[in-house]
Design a protein around this ligand. Sequence first.
Ligand SMILES: Cc1cc2nc3c(=O)[nH]c(=O)nc-3n(C[C@H](O)[C@H](O)[C@H](O)COP(=O)(O)O)c2cc1C
Length: 356
Amino acid sequence: MKVLAINSSPRGGGQSKTEMMLTPLVEGMRDAGAEVDVVNLREKKIKNCIGCFTCWTKTPGECVHKDDMTNELFPRWLESDLAVYASPLYHYTMNAEMKAFVERTLPILEPFFEKFDNRTVHPLRQDPPAAVVLSVAGFIEMSVFDQFKSYVNFLFGRHMRLWAEIYRPAAETLSNIKDKKEEVLAATFYAGRELVDSKQISTNTLDRIQQPIIDFNTFAKLGNLFWKTCIAEGVTPKEFREKKLVPRPDSLESFMLLLPYGLNSKAAGERKVHLQFNFSGEVLGSCYFLIENGKIGVKEGRTKNPEIIIETPFETWMDIMTGKADGQQMFMEQKYRVEGDLELMIRLFESKTDDN
Ligand SMILES: Cc1cc2nc3c(=O)[nH]c(=O)nc-3n(C[C@H](O)[C@H](O)[C@H](O)COP(=O)(O)O)c2cc1C
């Protein structure tokens, strides 16, 4: 099976969540024996359709533009058995790069009118490849894809056989939750194999790919802190990631939500570790984290006999957490106090090796 996988995300450098999902899908397809070519539209020159209908009249089947679409992509697309349309969700539908690609497939149609399924359509000049659609979105609800879904079903429903649709909401969030990301990407790999073997993706696999990963309240709290930090630091999300910044908690609640993402839970090994924080200064209050078997639980208040107690002004710890202050230096200057297993504490706060 010959597959053309078309990625329309404008983001390169490992930032694209469309690419994050497309890569295992392609690997799964290759694993099942398909010959897959991946095309990044951001590297191609595709002019917009100008509506001249030269491809329907003077040069039937051939576009008037002489660019990468005419010279390379359109012929490659026609030769394929299957095209994977992978687009980020922009304003509730495919992005402009993918739309430009779709519009430029006009030469495959003849100008005439006929009826199919009680609606007007144009006859096909040639058979187009079957279609698989993949999209990722920032928001968490599946319903965010409703318009996209309706559009691609209309578009590919008759002319092309739409084998499957893969929608991954909360894709940006997913990329930061290591365990869930691994689960979803493994299921996406499996979907690639299923597509080649059976021209469809099973409900079970789709459910694993599209599983909910976060509730709205947590999503909004984390997301809002992230954007507030970007604005305060004057950085784009890409720069935020490159500088290894973390969102700055502004309350006990947001601290409790965020700290687990920066804790190296593996440092606790087989032990059950209680890490107690007692805050003074801007935010008063206490909370503790229970680290056990690689998992981290959190509760407000104080626990009995914690292995580590950190007594600190809230703002001092937030400066350390966001890299504005050096933890070791602050400790030497007695800006905060630690009781208990200091060595373990240092290991817990050592940066995680996962680059996402
Ligand atoms: C112009 C623009 C419009 C967007 N519109 C939506 C949207 O309607 N719904 C949504 O959930 N996310 C939306 N997003 C978020 C993207 O879908 C999300 O960041 C996705 O990960 C981008 O894909 P990429 O990482 O492959 O580039 C939008 C992003 C941009 C830049």
